[in-house]
Design a protein around this ligand. Sequence first.
Ligand SMILES: [Zn+2]
Ligand SMILES: [Zn+2]
Ligand SMILES: [Zn+2]
Length: 782
Amino acid sequence: MNACKAQSPTVRLKLTVRGAVQGVGFRPFVFRLAEELGLAGGVNNSPAGLFIEAEGPRAILENFLVRLEAEKPPRSFIQSLEAAWLDAAGLPPFAILPSATGGRKTALVMPDLATCPDCLRELGDPANRRHLYAFTNCTHCGPRFSIIESLPYDRANTTMKQFAMCPQCQAEYDDPRDRRFHAQPNACPACGPHLELWNPAGEALFANHQALLAAAQAIRRGRIVAVKGVGGFHLWADARNEAAVRRLRARKHREEKPLALMFPSLADVQSVCEVSPLEARLLGSSAGPLVLLRRLRPAETPASAFPIAGSVAPGNPNLGVLLPSNPLHHLLLTALQFPVVATSGNLSDEPICIDEHEARERLGGIADMFLVHDRPIVRHADDSIVRVMLGREMMLRRARGYAPLPITLNPQLWPPPARPVLAVGAHLKNTIALAVGGEVFLSQHIGDLDTEAARHAFHRVVADFEQLFEARPATVAMDLHPDYLSTKFAGEMKNVRLTGVQHHLAHVLSCMAENEIGPPALGVAWDGTGLGLDGTIWGGEFFVVTQDSSERVAHLRPFRLPGGDQAMREPRRAALGLLYEMLGDAVFTRTDLPTVAAFTQTELAALKTMVKKNLNAPLTSSAGRLFDAVASLTGQRQKMRFEGQAAMDLEFALADVKTDDAYPLPLLNKHPPLVLNWAPTIAALQADLWAGVPAGVISAKFHNGLAGAIVQVARHFGLNRVVLSGGCFQNRYLTERTVAGLRAAQFQPYWHQRVPANDGGIALGQIVGALRAPAISPPQPT
Ligand SMILES: [Zn+2]
Ligand SMILES: [Zn+2]
Ligand SMILES: [Zn+2]
């Protein structure tokens, strides 16, 4: 048909569209658009929403996706659109298919939805009774997941029950022709929630719009304001004001981790960042996620662009960007007319605050003022984080706007369980999942289960999901690590069948489930750490997954991590472990190396005892730790301020480098489990360092070597499907390079889309693991 078709492989795009898309001419519109673009497939209605399957050249499908939203019928409204890119299935020419009438009508709890254009218009219309009203919503938009106490979704079962509607609101609510017909959070200034601005003592200084204007004024003057949004509190500061941003970092104990920015408009974002049509679609979608965007270089930046304070994202070529997604945020940004830092209202990695009294306590040392309201939040939902990679979205954190929408398991691959299955996730970036029939409801991001606050949140979410979806789990899937809070919790549950799923296998199964592929496949799980079946710390793993087994068939050569947990935060320790494997005792005198020079003599003496006597120096095959080690060896980073920082340094260093050169990463042996030997990598890297090769080139050669090694292992096993999972594949360069290498060698690569590659995606894999595996312990007696 055109040039695109020749270059672009045929794939299948599966879309689940929820919202006002039934009875408004949506199906004929989809049909016409698909026919115009020459796509195969079909569209049909079901109680759970509109399903579209379209097959054709990738580039044309991307265009289809963008036009679907841009040109949709005037009376339709998309509340949620989830896209999954799948293998082509040889679909017939595009058709409108009969509606799916039978089957169970799923009680779907919608996520919180960004403000719709109609409500936005009212907000700015001085003649409208909701002019400047921060809680405007309708059947198309507004809070859902964060206000629902129980099902069915009626006002009496939401936190809006305490607000009796005024006659005007009630009339809208009762009128089937009104766009607020049965809009459960319906409200107006006369009857609904209202704003207050509090000082840290909890005294109300201003109310309603005055409170909003005073909060804006405080931000303009460099103050930090805690703002109660839809899924919890944010901390806001003027993004242009270096002193304010530094103050926020110091008070929040967040030294270097990038801070999120909220811009007044898409045009303002475009003056600071590069925004593709897909990225623009995500920013403006009903989910309203935070999107990672590439910052424009100084030469590309228009003179009119807002100056962004250097400490927003130090040394980072990307920015995490949001657009306003609720009326309060719209009003604040309209008043400010400049971008703000809008970071989670929490202390370091604790869950986000949802209650104003709790916020005063927990954020009292951070915020100068609190912009609060009296609509209670039932459950927290952080901002979701999405990145566009290889022309499609990749979820890095699944929360507001997406949770708790289910991932539907393909029944041909994973038969729906007869009784509910709960998966409790891992330890870092924890999420849980509850499978009811073939639908897996994924929880919002809970966070690292290290703090008391996170533990409470974990317990709350488990109880909440069981209540919300009216499901008592018969089987509980968990990680094998006995010290994870989630594992301990599962172990204490009564009357359930327990299934342990190895951490990295869970990563692989999660990626297979969302890509709707079954065995056989080669799974690649590269991440920071997870407990292996042999008691060592795994993290650079390959599995052959067949119909009824999964075997670890290859891994990175193990090395020692002196200091155990401390080594997770100090790349120099991982590097010392590698060097010790290569050089033995001689390493401790090599103070010419940046890694060794980063320790004091006393520290070196202690480390020597650790590795020689095998005291608190566990073995690991972790790819994440190999990244850390390289950051240390090249002198880029010896200690980390946040998880993954060293790997980010390496990814950023190669931003403008183009080379196909790669360090060798050969196999040590010929029979599984194969061992990938990083020693030649490190030797070649050291030689480059001494020769003065730039850090970016070294980083590119390191990444290229890793990608090449994955292709080499894939060749050894010869399985067509290769599944990439684990936190390392959040790295764009590594993922793009590996996918390209696998494709060039005629393999079919799969990577994450709707579920995080990091430990936030583990729970889905645990569900699939439980469906595959026998129980590891008999049911407990009652
Ligand atoms: Zn609306
Ligand atoms: Zn009212
Ligand atoms: Zn992991």
